[in-house]
Write a protein of this length. Structure first.
Length: 159
């Protein structure tokens, strides 16, 4: 028979490990519901202090994209470009953008996109721009996803 004094600490460690793995699995499952693909930021030239970020976001459940943040710009907003009569207008969406379950929201030039403004320095083509996207679900739970976006003067994902 095993020595009870050495067996009990082993069981406590094994139980803690299993609980930790289970919690990690729950956290992974919670963040796995949202997928971000083809993230890119339009590169800038000297003197330009704003740019846009573009990507495709898919969720398995209804969520709202609440906000964006990045270290390369002081002001970051969700925007929409829309044709009103004969004029293309851009406006901020401070309340966020809804994403229905099992659909893809494409953030693109001429539609919804992420604006990064008041930048201190240009974003060079080939750079990687870190973005943090904040979402909320129907239960009011928030989730932040870190995304690395490629900088390019044109969409690097289009042939």
């Amino acid at each position: 028979m095993k020595n009870p004094k050495t067996f009990k600490p082993f069981m406590n460690q094994a139980a803690r490990l299993l609980i930790g793995l289970a919690l990690a699995g729950l956290a992974a499952a919670a963040s796995a519901q949202i997928r971000v693909e083809n993230a890119w930021v339009r590169a800038t030239v000297a003197g330009q202090d704003s740019t846009g970020a573009f990507m495709k976001i898919t969720s398995t459940e209804p969520v709202k994209l609440l906000s964006i943040s990045t270290s390369v710009a002081k002001t970051n907003e969700i925007h929409e470009m829309k044709l009103v009569g004969d004029v293309m207008k851009m406006r901020a969406h401070p309340g966020g953008v809804d994403i229905a379950a099992n659909t893809t929201l494409e953030l693109k030039s001429g539609g919804y996109h992420l604006m990064m403004m008041e930048m201190d320095q240009p974003i060079k083509a080939g750079a990687v721009v870190p973005l943090q996207l904040v979402f909320t679900n129907a239960k009011g739970q928030t989730q932040t996803l870190a995304v690395n976006a490629k900088a390019s003067f044109k969409d690097p994902y289009k042939p």
